[in-house]
Ligand binder design. Structure first.
Ligand code: PMP
Length: 417
């Protein structure tokens, strides 16, 4: 008899039978408040009727329109629809299946377009698990241990982690940009550096929003040195942070934008977007794949974009994100083990620390497990595993936020008992 590999590590013991909106129902019929959204994917909620209908209709028409063999309409329509939401100038798209694959595609494009090979990433980064993406991932040694040698040509500069440094954001930003200049002066020569790859909010690395001045400092250096600014919006896109794209909290425009997760409400689909002139520096056939731009996934993505627009999900994320953040701060006031509460929009987190300010993963894991016991599904993150994150579907309403906060307070009590 076959069995699932023990390689799989599951955050909760739930056997999900059915999903609806912000809820998952398990095999025993129990309802769970899902503040994981499948790691920030089901922004329109589980099985949104419009997404279900669009996918169902496409399944009966054309499932596998293989885009390196034939073109299909859902892909063309999606290109047009994304044109309305992508930043100005990033009007040329290439489609893949997962975030990691899109990251790989961006590395290829950056190397093709610049003729340079090095990539600079920022400490705590998560860009995926495929071997190229893993080389860009510094969110924890568990993602890198014993799989080397990894792709060479990757330099790491600090990400402004104000809380961890014990500084304010401005100090952390000044330090990180100075250190980036040092990396370019000492280890990754400008003439060899193709791209900076950065997340607008450090995701798996601990839910740390990039201060706008940091992203603006990267943009200025990228322009000055002919380096591409690649923004990984895999977790931060589609309104998650209260703006359509996470980088829009800063006054920057990326050269390449990487998107996946929320794009198709759970169907595997990802893309890179860039100006036509940049994409044009690579050649036809330099990238591809069997399943990229799958017709059903594209149909679901089209419906997803319509739901985001028609249900004002970006604004909902901003308003309810503020409510969630305020509630988390109130709960933290009674719980000194929570050293920091932070986030943008509906991408919020609590960092657990010992009384002397060291990471406290045991406390985070106790709170996470106690919340799951009470029916609130959450995830942890951070290099030390001491951050609990909350990323509900963006269709969440105020009473569901309040329910989650009540469950969280109770869970903190359970965990401390
Ligand atoms: N980039 C970021 C910012 C991510 O959060 C993730 C997934 N957590 C990835 C890339 C990789 O995406 P995937 O798991 O779809 O390969």
């Amino acid at each position: 008899m076959a069995q699932l590999s023990p390689l799989l590590k599951q955050a909760t013991p739930v056997l999900a039978e059915r999903g609806e909106g912000v809820y998952l129902y398990d095999a025993g019929g129990r309802r769970h408040l899902d503040f994981t959204a499948g790691i920030g994917v089901t922004n329109t909620g589980h099985c949104h009727p419009r997404v279900v209908e669009a996918a169902r209709a496409q399944v009966g028409t054309l499932i596998h329109g293989q885009y390196t063999t034939v073109m299909h309409r859902p892909l063309l329509r999606l290109v047009e629809a994304l044109g309305d939401v992508l930043p100005d100038g990033l009007d040329t798209l290439f489609f893949l299946n997962s975030g990691s694959e899109a990251v790989e595609a961006s590395i290829r494009l950056a190397r093709h377009a610049t003729g340079r090979q090095n990539i600079v990433v920022f400490h705590g980064s998560f860009h995926g698990r495929t071997m190229g993406a893993a080389a860009l991932t510094t969110a924890g040694t568990k993602f890198r241990a014993a799989i080397g040698p990894l792709m060479p040509g990757v330099a790491v500069a600090p990400f402004p982690q104000a809380y961890r440094y014990g500084w304010d954001e401005d100090e952390a930003t000044r330090f990180a940009l100075r250190e980036l200049d040092y990396v370019l002066a000492t280890s990754s020569p400008v003439s060899d550096t193709a791209a900076f790859v950065v997340e607008p909010v450090l995701g798996e690395g601990g839910y740390i929003p990039a201060p706008p001045a940091f992203l603006e400092g990267l943009r200025e250096r990228a322009d000055r040195h002919g380096i591409l600014l690649v923004v990984d919006e895999v977790q931060t896109g589609y309104g998650r942070t209260g703006r359509f794209w996470g980088h829009q909290h800063a006054a920057i425009r990326p050269d390449v934008l990487i998107t996946a997760k929320g794009l198709a409400s759970g169907f595997p689909l990802s893309a890179i977007a860039a100006p036509a002139a940049l994409m044009g520096k690579a050649w036809p056939g330099s990238q591809g794949g069997t399943y990229g731009g799958n017709a059903v996934a594209c149909a679901a993505a089209l419906a997803t974009l319509e739901v985001i627009r028609d249900e004002n999900l970006v604004e909902n994320a901003a308003v309810l994100g503020a409510r969630l953040n305020e509630g988390l701060r109130k709960a933290a006031a009674d719980h000194p083990e929570i050293g920091d509460v932070r986030g943008l929009g509906l991408m919020q987190a609590c960092e657990f620390s010992t009384p002397d300010g060291e990471p406290d993963p045991a406390a985070a894991q106790r709170a996470h497990a106690a919340a799951a016991e009470r029916g609130l599904l959450l995830l942890t993150c951070g290099a030390f595993g001491n951050v609990v994150r909350m990323i509900p579907p963006l269709v969440v309403d105020a009473s569901q936020i309040d329910d989650a906060l009540a469950l969280w307070s109770d869970a903190l009590g359970d965990a401390a008992a």
